[in-house]
Design a protein around this ligand. Structure first.
Ligand SMILES: Nc1nc2c(ncn2[C@@H]2O[C@H](COP(=O)(O)OP(=O)(O)OP(=O)(O)O)[C@@H](O)[C@H]2O)c(=O)[nH]1
Ligand SMILES: [Mg+2]
Length: 300
């Protein structure tokens, strides 16, 4: 997809978030008041748009350095926002070790299984040889769901019977991938609450198995978060990170929320890369997170 069509898609996806943000701050851009009043208004309205106070204070501090006028205020606000998001804009770098592994974790219903399909499709278009693993062995429907996704995009899916041990499934899958010179193994897992220790232990066991089979080579543990989550997202990141040491985040369902601005809060609180954002329910609706594109989509 071209950059223009990615921007177009993202704009459409972010329309609800944008409506809220713009309706809150649009008066700001018609400067009549004194600078201090403009900044106060902007601060108040950004906080009303689901952006945390300390993030907003950062934005205001950045803007305060400039002499504001009707022409420059808009680009300056955008620039501050892009700067805030830059630290978490780091795409996944595959290690030389084959297969590279992506493990998807997160609470129930956030979009792990569909995202497993979208990621696989994303890399298949880059000619990578991929294997999907149905690590959610709790529900038959979950296994079936991934099988169907795999079939639609012609990517093999490794699964076992319902109720079987996800650790041994992952072991078999990686062994098989190593034998077949697979480039990328994408592992789906069952949804779980971040405060249920025994469920976190199960993921830790899977991670230990991966480490052992790959000689502790770097791989990717991604927390999938639903953009509708709001404040609880911070809680999810904190806890999953505590137990699993996640190295990436994917934000889903940006198309169905007014709360897309929460991205600024995540960026501000954690130095964890936002690997991808999901912009809809089709297999193609996954894009690399690009701060400029994101902020442009919010404002243009
Ligand atoms: N609109 C929209 N829907 C999405 C997006 N991502 C996922 N969904 C939908 O969200 C629902 C849940 O997605 P799943 O991928 O099954 O979620 P999950 O995390 O695997 O769920 P569990 O396995 O039950 O924990 C499905 O109906 C998806 O189609 C997105 O970016 N936009
Ligand atoms: Mg699932």
């Amino acid at each position: 997809m071209t950059n223009i069509s990615l921007l177009k898609k993202l704009k459409f996806s972010l329309r609800k978030t944008k409506e809220k943000l713009i309706s809150n701050i649009k008066d700001i851009f018609i400067i009549k008041d004194k600078k201090d009043d403009v900044l106060k208004k902007l601060e108040y309205n950004l906080i009303n748009s689901d952006i945390n106070i300390d993030v907003v204070k950062n934005i205001i501090k950045g803007i305060n350095r400039y002499n504001l006028n009707k022409k420059n205020i808009f680009p300056i606000v955008k620039e501050q926002m892009v700067n805030l998001l830059k630290p978490i804009s780091k795409p996944i770098v595959f290690s030389k070790y084959k297969p590279f592994i992506i493990l998807l974790v997160g609470i129930n219903g956030v979009g792990k299984t569909t995202t497993a399909g979208k990621i696989s499709w994303f890399y298949k278009k880059q000619n990578k040889k991929i294997l999907l693993v149905a690590g959610d062995t709790f529900r038959l429907a979950a296994i079936e769901q991934l099988r169907i996704i795999g079939k639609n995009i012609s990517i093999p899916v490794i699964s076992q019977n319902i109720g079987s041990d996800s650790g041994s499934l992952v072991f078999d899958a990686i062994k098989s991938a190593q034998a077949k010179q697979i480039d990328l193994v994408v592992i789906d897992t069952a949804g779980r609450l971040q405060n249920k220790l025994f469920l976190m232990n199960e993921l830790q066991k899977i991670i230990a198995i991966i480490n052992k089979l790959t000689n502790n080579n770097i791989f990717e543990i991604i927390l999938v978060i639903d953009a509708n989550t709001g404040r609880n997202a911070i809680n999810q990141v904190t806890n999953f990170h505590k137990y699993l040491n996640i190295n990436g985040i994917i934000l889903t369902k940006l198309d169905s929320t007014t709360k897309g601005s929460m991205i600024f809060n995540i960026s501000n609180m954690f130095n964890i890369p936002l690997r991808f954002i999901s912009t809809g329910d089709c297999i193609d609706d996954l894009q690399l997170f690009e701060p400029n594109r994101f902020v442009n989509a919010l404002f243009d």
